[in-house]
Design a binder for this molecule. Structure first.
Ligand code: LMR
Length: 316
């Protein structure tokens, strides 16, 4: 039985994340809090720390291993660095065409196998959450592979994303999300890739004159819980958490695409950033240029993983 239950104190759950509240992840976290607190009549309490208030994406995992936070929702791109390179499958450029494609992985056997692996590092994976498709920004349009030449592009800590940038002739610079806007503003980096919801809510449009709608990659999240905390809960408390999270994720996944559309709408209305679309030819050249990122990941994790992904995407 959880310690807190014995003393009558509510169980306190700290949920730290790095994005703004009006993003798919921020809103889903709030939904989870509301559901869990209501169903347990406040006996389980969720304190949310958005915008890297508590920990940046570089140190949040370590904080969880030390028991300083109970729930995180890191992007899938951040698990490779922790010893789970298979999660970089989600970073493969041009792998997914639609959010329904993503669902074939996250809701199938492959997604479950990935979550199971997290136990090795004392994490319980409760599910997946969408943000959306990433687009490229800089202070110039990025229409052809040659446009990337020599640019310093901020990337998440994923070797696959770094390889993608190098394949385009750019220099990847791995920075925490919370430092990205400032790094763009001061010229430490020239550009980056984001779903529009993150680009807009971090005010990156104030420091990037051009956003090219490449839709080349996907950002989603895994919800992870500190395993010792989880084990210390009662069966009923675990059930409450699982069902509140399941419901919050279903809701979050149903509104994420719309939130990105709204952000794009707001960005267009602001008039601050020029927005470019790729022609089919530009799209094809970009797709061809980033192929080395696929070859590199296949070498590192084994072609079998990539074959399983293809199979899941092609299944009826
Ligand atoms: C990033 O670092 O760009 C993203 O992972 C931030 C996030 O959590 O959406």
């Amino acid at each position: 039985m959880a310690q807190a239950q014995k003393t009558g104190e509510p169980v306190r759950i700290r949920f730290s994340h790095v994005v703004a509240e009006n993003t798919p992840k921020g809103q889903t976290a709030l939904r989870f809090k509301a559901l869990l607190e209501e169903r347990t009549q406040g006996r389980m309490r969720v304190d949310i720390y958005p915008n890297a208030q508590l920990y940046s994406d570089r140190d949040e995992m370590e904080a969880m291993q030390l028991g300083a936070v109970e729930i995180l929702a890191p992007s899938l791109s951040k698990f490779g660095r922790l010893g789970f390179p298979e999660f970089e499958l989600f970073d493969l450029p041009f792998l997914f065409s639609t959010q329904a494609d993503v669902r074939r992985i996250t809701e199938g056997g492959l997604g479950q196998a990935l979550l199971q692996r997290l136990q090795r590092q004392h994490m319980v994976g409760l599910g997946f959450l969408d943000n959306g498709f990433k687009h490229m920004s800089a202070n110039r349009p990025l229409l052809e592979p040659a446009d990337y030449l020599g640019l310093r592009m901020r990337v998440q800590s994923s070797r696959t994303i770094a390889r993608q940038m190098r394949a385009l002739g750019a220099r990847p610079v791995d920075l925490p999300f919370s430092e990205t806007r400032r790094a763009l503003g001061t010229g430490v980096v020239d550009g980056t890739e984001n779903p529009v919801s993150n680009f807009w809510t971090q005010h990156m449009h104030e420091v990037q004159s051009d956003l090219t709608l490449t839709g080349h990659g996907f950002i989603g999240y895994a919800i992870v819980i500190h395993a010792p905390f989880w084990r210390n809960l009662s069966e009923l408390q675990r059930q409450h958490m699982t069902s509140a999270m399941k419901e919050a994720l279903a809701w979050g996944n149903s509104v994420a695409a719309g939130q990105n559309e709204q952000a794009l709408h707001a960005l267009r209305a602001s008039g601050s950033t020029r927005i470019h679309e790729l022609t089919p030819g530009q799209h094809l050249r970009l797709r061809t240029a980033v192929q080395p990122a696929w070859d590199d990941l296949a070498r590192r994790i084994g072609q079998n993983w990539l074959d399983s992904v293809r199979q899941a995407l092609n299944s009826p």
